[in-house]
Ligand binder design. Structure first.
Ligand code: MLT
Length: 235
């Protein structure tokens, strides 16, 4: 599913949903769990985030790539590497990523997990052991398609198809796989003219982009349980 806008077309068909916002929300979430946070509450609006802030929670908030004034941090994965976050519950609201997670939550019977390049192999290996129909939900940009999430979905799809256990009837998975195969040798370069790489570059966030595209630095499986994301362990 290339963007949350199309989610209604898919939501009843799938039992396992991987939410992807490679630049940067789901990468920041993977980095946070790799750093040992206890849980993360994804909220869609700044108003909800503010309610948590007033209750004393640590809250990250980003809109249009920038930190929202009045919050503890934004959406840079580097902010989530702070040792002070270990064992903590963090609340996060971002332009697209946390919105998609909450949209995925509407599929009452589906398991929702978080995907990015940071947990690519670990997540794909776990997914390949599940006997479920799997949907990659790309967060895109404001309900539109974006390249980086589709390439990440293509990387997951490629690994799953290679097991021989999975197949897809959807041209969207074929397209995602071919985009990944074209991009895989230099994803940073491939994204050079993509809208969000340009947006983040203008904000001097090239290092964040490189961090988010570096695969397998956070072998974690963040999974949604009720309103909170926790790390799936012991599987
Ligand atoms: C989002 O949720 O839209 C993104 O993660 C934007 C960003 O790079 O902060």
């Amino acid at each position: 599913c290339f963007s949350p806008h199309d989610f209604d077309l898919f939501k009843t068909e799938f039992e396992l949903i991987v939410v992807i916002d490679a630049l940067r929300a789901t990468s920041a979430i993977c980095a946070a769990f790799q750093n040992g946070i206890k849980s993360l509450i994804p909220v869609s609006t700044i108003e909800e985030a503010m309610v948590y802030k007033e209750k004393g929670y640590l809250v990250g908030a980003e809109r249009n790539g920038q930190l929202v004034e009045g919050f503890d941090f934004g959406n840079s994965p580097y902010s989530y590497l702070n040792p002070k976050l270990k064992g903590e519950t963090v609340v996060l609201s971002t332009t697209n990523g946390t919105k998609s997670i909450n949209i995925a939550k509407q599929s009452e019977n589906a398991t929702v997990v978080i995907g990015s390049f940071l947990n690519l192999d670990h997540l794909s290996t776990w997914l390949s052991k599940q006997d479920k129909n799997i949907l990659c939900l790309c967060s895109g940009w404001k309900d539109k398609f974006n390249l980086e999430d589709t390439i990440c979905a293509g990387a997951i799809t490629t690994q799953l198809l290679e097991t021989g256990k999975f197949y897809s009837d959807e041209d969207s998975s074929v397209a995602a796989k071919y985009l990944f195969l074209s991009a895989k040798d230099n994803i940073f370069g491939y994204l050079k003219s993509s809208s969000h790489r340009r947006r983040l570059k203008k904000l001097n966030l090239n290092n964040d982009i490189k961090y988010c595209l570096n695969p397998n630095t956070a072998p974690v499986i963040p999974i949604l349980k009720g309103d909170e994301i926790v790390e799936l362990k012991d599987f």
